[in-house]
Design a protein around this ligand. Structure first.
Ligand SMILES: Nc1ncnc2c1ncn2[C@@H]1O[C@H](COP(=O)(O)OP(=O)(O)O)[C@@H](O)[C@H]1O
Ligand SMILES: [Mg+2]
Length: 356
């Protein structure tokens, strides 16, 4: 168990709020929001940020720099980036947990800076670190967090039951959370974020370190919530997850969003610029440096015995790279041009694998 203090658990759960949706118990399906209905129906954008910027105290470079995004209602929006890219910092500012150094954010039309109570009511967070009390049972955890969100009596009792059902935790509801497997803990972590039935659910790497069944369970739950109108913001290290779950993706690196769009958009936009060179042996660092220094090369990444390049002028770069290989007496096993999947696009944009 991570050592999370009671106080920090409460902080992590701050944005989860009083409900604006009702669940159909039998089908584990939320129905249309009942609170603030007129306003909710008239808003097209669930989350928008304008020039969000964050420099942590004592740091000489921003963790998030000038991020402007607009996430329409009903989307599953994926935020992809390597460790340290700024994902958690960005989400924390959107949720109102972290004050931006500059810029602003709105959630379901409400200003994060000026309408905190309304934002809390609209957004639920599933944090990267498990935010559950290990010494409490699943039911007690849900009771506690529901209570903190303003639920009481019958309403709380009903909602806890729904969440236990939604997470498939019926058999485990009276067991202490510290006896749970990683997957069960993640499921409990998920439904605690849902206790107040938010319009927007934010998940920060929710499937790290869990078994494939629990991962599938979480994905199916998210798809079903989204099919009934919940907007979902999802960060992940797992490229395949993002490909299968998200209808829009933003790639973030060193605090910047460097590309954004649907999976097809991203592949189309970057495909023509990618060159892959496959060798029989790993290529020396000096050769990589020479190829990386070619005029039109934007980025270079290595994967095993392969080099993956992104170039502004791929034909010229290919020509020049082959000259270098010839001069060094290196033979190619094969080569290809055009990125074929998100992992390749990501590598060529950031120079790193996503799962470092
Ligand atoms: N509380 C903090 N104080 C100082 N620096 C931080 C703090 N939290 C994160 N950082 C730094 O900000 C950058 C972005 O971190 P983070 O948002 O956690 O990235 P990610 O979630 O993509 O891994 C990193 O360089 C990280 O070291
Ligand atoms: Mg993070």
């Amino acid at each position: 168990m991570p050592s999370v203090s009671a106080r920090s658990i409460q902080d992590l759960r701050k944005p989860a709020i009083l409900c604006s949706q009702r669940y159909n118990d039998a089908a584990r399906q939320p129905t249309i929001p009942s609170l603030d209905l007129d306003k909710a129906l008239s808003i097209e954008v669930a989350v928008e940020t304008e020039g969000l910027y964050k420099v942590y105290r004592g740091s000489d470079r921003p963790a998030v720099e000038n991020v402007t995004v607009s996430i329409p209602k009903g989307r599953v929006f994926g935020l992809l980036g390597p460790n340290g890219a700024g994902k958690t910092t960005l989400l924390s500012m959107i949720c109102g947990l972290l004050q931006p150094s500059a810029g602003s954010a709105r959630v379901m039309g409400h200003s994060v800076a000026h309408e905190r109570a309304k934002v809390k009511r609209a957004i639920g967070l599933v944090p990267q670190e498990l935010a559950i009390y290990p010494g409490l049972t699943a039911r007690e955890n849900l009771d506690y967090f529901g209570h903190m969100q303003g639920l009481h009596g019958q309403a709380l009792h009903k909602r806890v039951k729904e969440c236990i059902f939604l997470a498939g935790l019926e058999e485990f509801s009276t067991r202490r959370a510290d006896t749970f497997s990683g997957g069960l803990k993640r499921r409990l972590n998920l439904v605690i974020g849902l206790i107040s039935e938010p319009a927007v659910l934010v998940l920060d790497e929710p499937t790290v370190g869990i078994d494939p069944q629990s991962r599938r369970f979480i994905h199916d739950t998210l798809r079903s919530l989204n099919a009934r109108g919940m907007t979902i913001i999802y960060t992940s290290h797992y490229m395949e997850e993002a490909e299968s779950l998200c209808d829009e993706l933003a790639i973030i690196d060193r605090g910047h969003i460097i590309s954004q769009g649907s999976l097809d958009d991203l592949l189309r936009r970057h495909r023509s610029s990618v060159i892959e060179l496959h060798f029989e042996q790993p290529v020396s660092e000096s050769t990589q440096r020479r190829i990386g220094a070619l005029t039109h090369v934007r980025s270079i990444a290595t994967e095993g015995k392969s080099i993956i390049l992104r170039s502004d002028l791929p034909q010229t770069t290919l020509h020049d790279a082959l000259d270098i290989l010839r001069a060094e007496g290196l033979d190619l096993a094969s080569l290809s041009m055009g990125a074929t999947n998100l992992e390749k696009v990501f590598m060529t944009l950031t120079g790193t694998r996503l799962r470092d």
